[in-house]
Ligand binder design. Structure first.
Ligand SMILES: Cc1ncc(COP(=O)(O)O)c(C=O)c1O
Length: 383
């Protein structure tokens, strides 16, 4: 028997790069990882201590499908502390990462066939999840003309939409919308009956102005967040949604059926994450240093066209003067330089062959050495 046609989604190509990098690592021991999209740091010490205590003391049974009261209250408080906006704990649903949250939000908000706009370039797994759920994916191109951020005009030009996903800072570009830009998009969406889904997973990792939350900008909007990036807890599989009234109960019921509850140990430990700012901001300071190394290194390598790297730990670079096939370029860099970088096709099926994404979440020494190798490689090219 055949698998379903909805399961025929594109593979996540970065996984293939990681596999090739791991093979090379096993064979030569020499790979510098600029393909990985996760912090190299562990969860903060306070979280690990809370997890150790919970492991000793707690039964670790299921929790409420929307998460423990303690964590939902702590997340609600975070919105007041960080952004000065009020969030009722009843609006918070704790989820299995942002991925689980996005799945719940899509299922709760949209019927099959709904038209969902997503930026190109944009995060691959969201695109593929939209397709797997029989929703209609509508690509909205963002480029240098608008600093790689979506505008109300670009959203309007996509035709009638039921939903629009914005990620600020974005993966793969790192670009962040100003509060005014985000508000303009949010208000456009609300006026036109488009439900905004705001992915705020890279909040906390910004190098200029902090990113604004979309909560409160569009009454129908949903916020998706995660402990994976700023909180450095990818494998703990913990995230959350902030929901408008009409989606609270549908998300709860869907979560009961799809997940029963988010991971209990992670929830018990995750409460402590909000009191670990000194350690986590130290991580961000190190990202800032590595970001400068990558941006300067790319310039020295003659790779001048990059998206504004306002946040996250990525630089999105146009390499079309070097290749028309960034996949082949990445294979060469891995083979000849031992530098693993992600080709753009994961994030942009139409134009990604002209781009690569460099991640600077790994050690400063590795990032610096990778950039030295890329600079030497471009300098040694004929012409
Ligand atoms: C933009 C964006 N959204 C969501 C996710 C999924 O994150 P999580 O680990 O919380 O499921 C990622 C992971 O890389 C991401 O880059």
């Amino acid at each position: 028997m055949k698998p379903s046609s909805r399961s025929a989604v594109a593979p996540f190509y970065v996984m293939e790069v990681m596999k090739a990098a791991a093979e090379r690592h096993a064979a030569t021991g020499d790979v510098l990882h600029l393909e990985v999209g996760q912090p190299m740091t562990p969860a903060p010490a306070g979280v690990r201590a809370a997890a150790a205590a919970a492991l000793g003391d707690d039964r670790l049974g299921y929790t409420h499908a929307a998460g423990t009261d303690a964590l939902r209250h702590r997340i609600a408080r975070f919105y007041g502390d960080r952004y000065g906006v009020a969030v009722d704990p009843g609006r918070v649903a704790v989820t299995v990462g942002a991925s689980g949250g996005f799945l719940l939000a899509l299922l709760a908000a949209f019927d099959a066939g709904a038209r969902i706009g997503i930026t190109e370039p944009g995060y691959a797994a969201y695109r593929n999840m939209i397709t797997a759920l029989d929703l209609e994916l509508v690509g909205i191109r963002v480029g240098p003309e608008t600093r790689y951020v979506p505008t109300p005009d670009a959203v309007a030009a996509a035709g009638p939409l039921d939903g629009f996903v914005v990620a600020s800072p974005s993966n793969p570009t790192g670009t962040t919308l100003t509060p005014g830009e985000l508000r303009a998009v949010a208000e456009h969406c609300h006026r036109n009956g488009i439900r905004l889904i705001s992915d705020e997973i890279y909040h906390g990792i910004t190098y200029g102005e902090p990113a604004a939350t979309a909560w409160g900008m569009s009454p129908s909007g949903v916020v998706v967040q995660s402990f994976s990036k700023y909180y450095s807890m990818t494998g703990w599989r913990l995230g959350w949604l902030v929901l408008p009234d009409e989606l609270i109960r549908p998300v709860e019921v869907l979560a009961q059926n799809l997940f029963i509850s988010p991971p209990t140990l992670s929830q018990l430990a995750g409460v402590a994450a909000f009191d670990c700012a000194a350690e986590l901001d130290g991580n961000v300071a190190r990202y800032a240093g590595r970001r400068a190394i990558v941006v300067d290194g790319l310039r020295a390598a003659g790779i001048m066209d990059t998206a504004p790297a306002d946040g996250a730990f990525y630089v999105w670079a146009d390499v079309s003067h070097l290749t028309e096939d960034s996949r082949e370029l990445c294979a060469r860099w891995l083979d000849e330089l031992g530098v693993a970088v992600t080709p753009g096709i994961d994030f942009d099926p139409a134009m990604g062959h002209r781009f690569v994404r460099l991640s600077y979440s790994e050690s400063t020494e590795d990032v610096a050495e990778a950039m030295r190798r890329i600079v030497r490689w471009t300098a040694s090219r004929p012409g």
